[in-house]
Design a protein around this ligand. Structure first.
Ligand code: MSP
Length: 641
């Protein structure tokens, strides 16, 4: 196998905006892609959008758009989210692109020519939300989908079938011979059991709607959206038009499909069978993750508890969000997203463990050696122990990253970070610094720390790209960490004598729990909100608001602040004096405008002029004071409430 690594996210349906679930898969892929790059692999990272099918067609219709118009609106929203989350993909595929349509038609024709597609009739239940056919024995709760719980539709139509049953034994053998085909390994049995129950042939065409890829050998039929979608993975690496690329990333390289547990069967069963039928290799691995709940509850728009990645990154920063998602849950298991736990991890692991280690180490290096790397020779057993521990932690890290066990990989790095913090307490550099004869010993301790930080920066970079770079910058390096490789961080003299360290700056300033909660409340509806100086409705009713029309506007003699107005109250005319001259240098422009006024203020005299009411205004930094206007068609006796 060559040293190439092709990694894919599922392609996302464009019926809604990206959310924490789609962000999770994409962050996990980005982390794995960045990791493989630093391991020296030639990486190709693909994401994209799944644009055909009934679900997207119906959403577009609800929004009053054609399907392609709707897709064109949604695609930039996905791209913007991935940019925000620092997702460094190589290609973004859309299933409506020509290259993909050709690729689907090619594989479809091939499987047809090989005799693995036949015409039949599908009669049964279909879930539009999951875009899946649901066999009778899996239907739950009176006609509902076992996966999403939504109501099923009965469909009866002529359909082409893929002879999937034929590949059952071959698939079982493949799974058996490739222990890492389904990751985490705990998901493997689930798939084996399912296949052993017996694979049925799969309906792969629809003819009762048109938003899909036409089947060339079957006019009037379009490709079933999952068949279409799965093929995206090979389209993007040149199945149809670039044999060299296809050879490199698919036939001979490692190629992994990352998915959520809900779609593992499509990827670990249907997808390899399609590839077998087309004479191609199945994916090297299908990596499945669990689902997130929010504060202990299933996320749903109606409950208002959907975690919004945009909002979360505004509060914690992109790196802390990425870190939390991959650290909180063992990859493959379900997890719960909670404000309490993200704050706890932020403060304990990022701010305390990592942030303090960096800050203390750099601070002391500056204090004792002006931040200039100083030669040191003799190591003591404690350094040998630290060096040994790094080797051990790095090995664990790599073993876990290779099987997408992100949280365990991070645990190993944090075990090392914890040991380093203890190392500082044990070696007490501040005591060594007081004794001139211990200068070299002090330099050794400090060098161990900055070298360790140099290594840690690269190990955590796939998870937290900006943080890895920041640590390197603070260590006095300006090169892009993205181009670094694990093999370059061997040894303990990575910072050469005379090198000048940068200045320490806090990378994760501690979060105040109450302040974060207040911020979150500010963005959400708060049932316990306390309103200052509240009045009751009877107080409000005492004020008489009116829509009035300005008949005349002009200066007040002897004042450069005031303007006086003749104002039509509908059944009578009043004079109002207002201190808005500065904001309306040309008062005549106000004549004819309808504005809001308070009608029952006590009459006052300003600069000798009567004022029989008061205009309502807004005042802000950008515009200064502006009269609040009522629409020109609002009547003067309108009731204001
Ligand atoms: N279009 C198909 C995939 C086709 S791939 C050939 C699809 N799209 S999707 O937009 O529904 O994508 C869903 C991805 O987001 C899945 O991997 C799914 O598991 C993940 N998640 C959606 N909600 C989730 C959570 N609450 N938690 C974690 N992941 C979840 O399926």
């Amino acid at each position: 196998m060559n040293k190439s690594f092709f990694i894919t996210t599922p392609i996302y349906y464009v019926n809604g905006d990206p959310h924490v679930g789609t962000a999770y898969t994409t962050i996990a892929c980005d982390t794995l892609a960045r990791y493989k790059k630093i391991m020296g692999y030639d990486v190709y990272f693909l994401t994209g959008t799944d644009e055909h099918g009934q679900k997207v067609e119906e959403t577009a219709r609800e929004k009053g758009r054609s399907p392609i118009e709707w897709c064109d609106i949604m695609v930039p929203r996905f791209k913007a989210m991935w940019k925000l989350l620092n997702i460094d993909y190589d290609d973004f595929i859309r299933t409506t692109e020509e290259r993909h349509i050709k690729s689907v038609q090619k594989i479809m024709n091939l499987v047809w020519e090989r005799g693995d597609i036949y015409l039949g009739e599908y009669e049964g239940k279909y879930c539009v939300s999951c875009e899946t056919f649901v066999p009778e024995n899996q239907i739950v709760n009176d006609d509902c989908c076992p996966s999403c719980g939504k109501k099923l539709r009965l469909i009866k139509e002529e359909s082409y079938f893929f002879r999937m049953s034929k590949y059952q034994d071959r698939l079982l053998q493949y799974i058996d011979e490739h222990p890492d085909f389904i990751l985490p390994r705990s998901k493997r049995n689930e798939v084996i059991q399912f296949v052993k129950q017996g694979l049925q042939d799969l309906s792969i065409s629809r003819n009762t709607f048109t938003w899909g890829i036409p089947i060339t050998f079957a006019p009037g039929h379009i490709t079933y959206v999952w068949f279409d979608a799965l093929v995206n993975y090979i389209t993007a690496v040149g199945y149809e038009n670039n044999p060299e690329m296809f050879q490199k990333y698919w036939t001979t390289g490692q190629h992994c499909n990352m998915v959520g547990k809900d779609i593992i069967r499509f990827h670990a069963i249907i997808w390899p069978c399609i590839l077998f039928a087309a004479g191609e290799e199945p994916p090297t691995s299908v990596i499945a993750h669990g689902w997130w709940t929010s504060e202990g509850d299933k996320m749903s728009k109606s409950k208002g508890n959907v975690v919004d990645p945009y909002e979360e990154t505004m509060i914690y920063g992109v790196d802390a969000f990425r870190y939390y998602m991959l650290r909180e849950v063992q990859f493959g298991n379900d997890g719960d997203y909670s404000t309490d736990s993200i704050i706890t991890r932020f403060n304990a692991e990022l701010s305390n463990d990592l942030g303090n280690l960096l800050n203390r180490s750099l601070g002391m290096y500056h204090k004792y050696f002006d931040g200039v790397i100083t030669e040191s020779h003799t190591t003591e057993p404690i350094e040998d122990e630290i060096y040994g521990l790094w080797e051990e932690c790095l090995k664990e890290y790599e073993e876990n990253m290779d099987i997408a066990q992100f949280s365990k990989a991070l645990e190993s790095i944090w075990r090392f970070i914890g040991r380093l913090n203890k190392y500082i307490d044990e070696t007490t550099p501040w005591v060594l610094a007081k004794d001139a004869s211990k200068k070299e010993r002090l330099a050794k301790v400090m060098n161990t720390l900055v070298n360790a930080l140099y290594k840690i920066a690269l190990a955590i970079y796939p998870f937290m790209p900006e943080t890895g770079q920041k640590i390197r910058n603070q260590l006095g390096f300006t090169s892009d960490i993205k181009g670094d490789r694990i093999e370059n961080i061997k040894g303990w003299e990575l910072l050469s004598t005379g090198h000048k360290l940068g200045n320490p700056e806090p990378i994760f300033p501690r979060l105040d729990r109450e302040a974060v909660k207040k911020l979150k409340k500010a963005k959400n509806f708060d049932p316990d909100l306390e309103i200052e100086n509240a009045i009751d409705i009877e107080d409000f009713k005492k004020v008489s608001f009116r829509v009035v029309e300005i008949l005349e506007a002009g200066p007040v003699e002897g004042s450069n602040k005031l303007l006086k107005f003749k104002v039509n109250f509908g059944d009578h005319v009043r004079q109002i004096v207002s201190g808005i001259a500065k904001y309306y240098p040309n008062p005549a422009e106000l004549v004819g405008k309808k504005v809001l006024a308070v009608a029952n203020l006590k009459v006052v005299k300003l600069k000798g002029e009567l004022s029989q009411g008061m205009f309502l205004c807004t005042e802000d930094k950008k515009n200064g004071i502006r009269l609040i206007e009522a629409g020109s068609d609002i009547e003067l006796d309108a009731f204001i409430s």
